[in-house]
Write a protein that binds this ligand. Sequence first.
Ligand code: FAD
Length: 477
Amino acid sequence: MPQVVVVGAGLTGLTVAFRVKRWAANVSIVVLEPRERPGGNIGTEWHNGFRVERGPNGFLDRTPAVPDLVRDLGLSERLIAASEGSRKNRYVFVRGRLHKLPSGPWTLLTTPLLSLHGKWQLFTEPWRKSQPTRADESVHEFVTRRAGREAADIFADALVTGIHGGDPQQLSVAATFPRLPIMEREAGSIIRGFLQAARQRKNEAKAQGVPPPGPMRMWSFREGLQVLIDALAQQLGEAVQYGVAVRSITPAADGSGWLIHTDRTHYTADAVVLTCPAYEQAAILQDCDRVLADEIAGIPYNRIAVVALGYHHEHCPTALDGFGYIAPQNTRRDLLGVQWCSSIFPDRAPPGFVLWRALCGGVHRGDQVDWDDDRLVNAVHREIQQAMGVTGEPVFHRIIRWPRAIPQYVCGHLERIARIDELVARHRGLFLTGNAYRGVAMADCVEQAGLVAAQVASTVVAASKTRTPSGDHHAPA
Ligand SMILES: Cc1cc2nc3c(=O)[nH]c(=O)nc-3n(C[C@H](O)[C@H](O)[C@H](O)COP(=O)(O)OP(=O)(O)OC[C@H]3O[C@@H](n4cnc5c(N)ncnc54)[C@H](O)[C@@H]3O)c2cc1C
């Protein structure tokens, strides 16, 4: 029976294993995980009625990847959509107060977030002729060139902070928002590109006789994202081995597969899939391919502290029917932003209370992750007081520190990925995936996991067909 070892039981590793198991029935699969629980960045905690997400708060249905996985796990009925208010009402904290982010042309025209000049630059984007100043532009450079500096400082910054906790001046637009440069190339403008894409989706739906697709939505489960992780882990059963950290991998002496070394023992495999964070993948690959390991080690991470605070509802005068707010870099003090968790999904706080999650740190204030609990709680509470006019003290807090939280796709990331792909292709049966490469969102991780699982399944099935019953290997025909 072909053997597959998956390294890491985060969302990516669990999904790879689940898919390989489904698509290649005669494969023996093992998932190795150093912690005592599955899920990696994902996990839901429950403290006296407050339901706190450790990492992601929900996932977007930008592609069918996560909804399909949820369906295959039999969980579709348990999904809950984010509230309508959280989709429509998103804020930025600028010049000491909250401003609603514009959601359409009229609100863009009237928003106080942009000057007249800023609005003019944004609205004239479809007619702007400009060429990239360098091959791999940053998000900030790209948006400034297309829509003006003010739009870049506020809207692009809010987007990058909200998804990556990163710096728009460092992140590559082609790696983080690949559709934008494509729209510029194909439609000559971002606004025109979005309008064309919307028209195309509408026409396709009409041709298929189905209703036009609604706006993208965020989803979770009433009991939190832990539901998804638990279902995956349950499907895999004893295939997931906890408390096992992989230290290195080396090709088997006869070149037929891999040896996976842990502190206690080693495993053999026809295919090995690394899904752990990039810095761990680099360490694991040091002995086997130093050049490849060094490329992977070059992918940087930010640092994030998640500070969840609970308040009495009566102490929160601001109407809280929304998603929360982002603090753009040029006006930021201590917080990247705040998510109003109990306004987004039900059952996040006991009746009469609210639950909010502040994200602190990021690429420029990583030191905050090392602040002690009191200092973090006080900093978050002070800013929340100012932004939302909270009158009472928090009744609950929980802090989760991520010393290496989200990989940053800085300029040059796509070239690095191309070099990594070329080097990996020299190692038969080695697969690298996870959030360090082709998208950090849960939707990206699940989509990539599905693609890799299909490659793994076909590789091990093809390899097993070239073996004699005694287990000797034949050269492929
Ligand atoms: C604070 C925060 C908020 C986020 N918010 C959102 C959000 O709202 N929406 C969204 O879509 N995404 C969000 N993300 C991103 C998303 O959670 C991650 O990109 C995704 O969960 C990554 O999954 P993964 O399996 O690729 O990696 P990980 O979750 O990092 O899993 C990797 C696994 O590998 C294991 N491992 C490490 N070393 C070894 C070793 N030596 N041997 C074996 N195993 C090892 C780890 O223990 C871990 O379990 C957020 C991330 C963070 C940190």
